[in-house]
Design a binder for this molecule. Structure first.
Ligand code: AMP
Ligand code: MG
Length: 409
């Protein structure tokens, strides 16, 4: 199977990535999920003409001059509409959010009047700052949203603001796409879990927690964790279970060309159809993608930086599509692009594959500064990075060169 380019790999994955079925979910659980249908407004916003201020509902024509006195005939607070009216020469005390009484066509702020108590208990106000125009400080029915208007489109992410909008429509639930069930399978005889004794030759398993965290940050699901030793029977049983129970299976390690890299053959034996293997990037070359029925299988290189990078370049877009995202930057760019200037000279004239460097984007001066050891096993630099930069083989980039980095989530 021949090596393919990064964009081709992403295209081939997204082409065959399904979108999860739809389900309804209560608003409190809908955050960061993707709308499955267009939502049309059922309620005008505002729902009725109401006051934008605490003040007095007036007839604009009565309050156009400073010094005029008007009689206060009652009060309308926010809440039940009392059905009051404002006649000529009259005002009603009113509060923010209260319905505008009949006859009134403006609100004057309480700061713009003087209250004058008069004999017989009659209360008047005196205009200090005149009303300039009809409609002043009235929030008109439907000015924000009208019934029938599309307020959310299928495929849009449910953000906190959109939860507020749905709630303003009286909706307690949202129609969203089901989230994929995801498995993370780590492989390797050298790996031990946190808390275990490290004997010579062993390392702690960092990919499993890291990939689970990436899955969570992209689609919000908790991945199931599996581990298999580099043993055919164990690997086979583990992968079998992961494939049976999940929509997406991420395998870390064992996809390279060594004698102990058994993943590819085992997947084939289990009936997984290989779409491609090996992508022209560094780190991340041995990346593999295959399918068994609707289940997608991603084989990520074991080196943590390679696993991380290939997850963001290839798996993240697929998971978002699975979860129903329509606004995929997708094939062209899986991460937000940021124009910046290089903080140091980069000589990649000896390079043979496009290289993703890890670095920091300095917001104050728009500089991308490479960080840490730029090697596929070096996780410290990765942990400090907030952006990656693709550098083409043969390139020499001078200090200050204009580049486009990709912001990490
Ligand atoms: P592999 O792709 O299995 O050949 O592994 C490549 C490198 O990544 C080796 O140095 C492995 O020890 C390392 N590696 C593989 N899996 C993990 C893991 N889950 N956590 C940390 N390092 C790993
Ligand atoms: Mg291995």
């Amino acid at each position: 199977m021949s090596m393919i380019e990064e964009s081709e790999a992403r295209k081939r994955i997204l082409e065959v990535t399904p979108t999860g079925e739809t389900e309804s979910c209560c608003l409190s659980e809908a955050l960061d999920r993707y709308a499955a249908i267009d939502v049309l407004a059922q309620v005008d916003l505002p729902g009725f003409d109401n006051s934008e201020m605490d003040g007095y509902a007036v007839r604009a024509a009565d309050a156009g001059e400073v010094g005029v006195r008007l009689v206060v005939t009652g009060e309308q607070a926010a809440g039940a509409d009392l059905g009051l009216s404002v006649g000529e020469g009259e005002v009603l005390r009113i509060f923010t959010g209260a319905p505008i009484p009949h006859g009134a066509d403006a609100v004057i702020m309480q700061e713009d009047v003087k209250v004058v108590e008069e004999e017989g208990g009659m209360r008047r106000i005196e205009i200090v700052e005149a009303v300039d125009e009809v409609g002043e400080f009235i929030r008109r029915r439907g000015a924000d949203v009208c019934v029938g208007q599309k307020i959310i489109s299928a495929g849009e992410k449910i953000t906190p603001g959109r939860i507020g909008l749905l709630a303003s429509q009286g909706l307690g639930e949202a129609e969203v796409h089901r989230l994929p069930r995801v498995a993370v399978v780590s492989t390797g005889d050298e790996l031990v879990d946190a808390g275990a004794e490290l004997s010579p030759g062993h390392i702690f398993n960092s990919n499993a927690p890291m990939l689970a965290a990436l899955v969570k940050s992209i689609v919000g699901t908790q991945a199931g964790l599996f581990h298999a030793r580099d043993d055919e029977a164990v690997l086979r049983a583990t992968l079998q279970q992961a494939l049976d129970e999940n929509d997406v299976v991420l395998i870390a390690g064992g996809v390279s060309v060594g004698e102990h890299d058994l993943v590819k053959q085992t997947l084939t034996d289990l009936g997984v159809k290989m779409d491609f293997w090996r992508v022209n990037i560094k780190p991340g070359k041995p990346f593999l993608f295959g399918r068994r029925g609707q289940t997608q299988v991603f084989g990520l290189p074991g080196n943590p930086v390679a696993a991380y990078t290939t997850f963001l370049l290839f798996v993240a877009s697929a998971l978002r599509k699975w979860a129903g995202a329509a606004d995929e930057r997708g094939e062209t760019m899986p991460l937000p692009q940021v124009r910046c200037n290089l903080g140091e000279r980069v000589d990649y004239s000896q390079g043979n594959r496009p290289h993703y460097m890890r670095g920091n984007l300095r917001d104050e001066d728009g500089v991308f500064m490479p960080v840490g050891l730029q090697a596929s096993h070096a996780i410290f630099g990765l942990s400090r990075a907030d952006a990656i930069l693709r550098v083409e083989p043969g390139m020499v980039l001078e200090l200050g060169a204009e580049v486009v980095a990709l912001r990490l989530p």
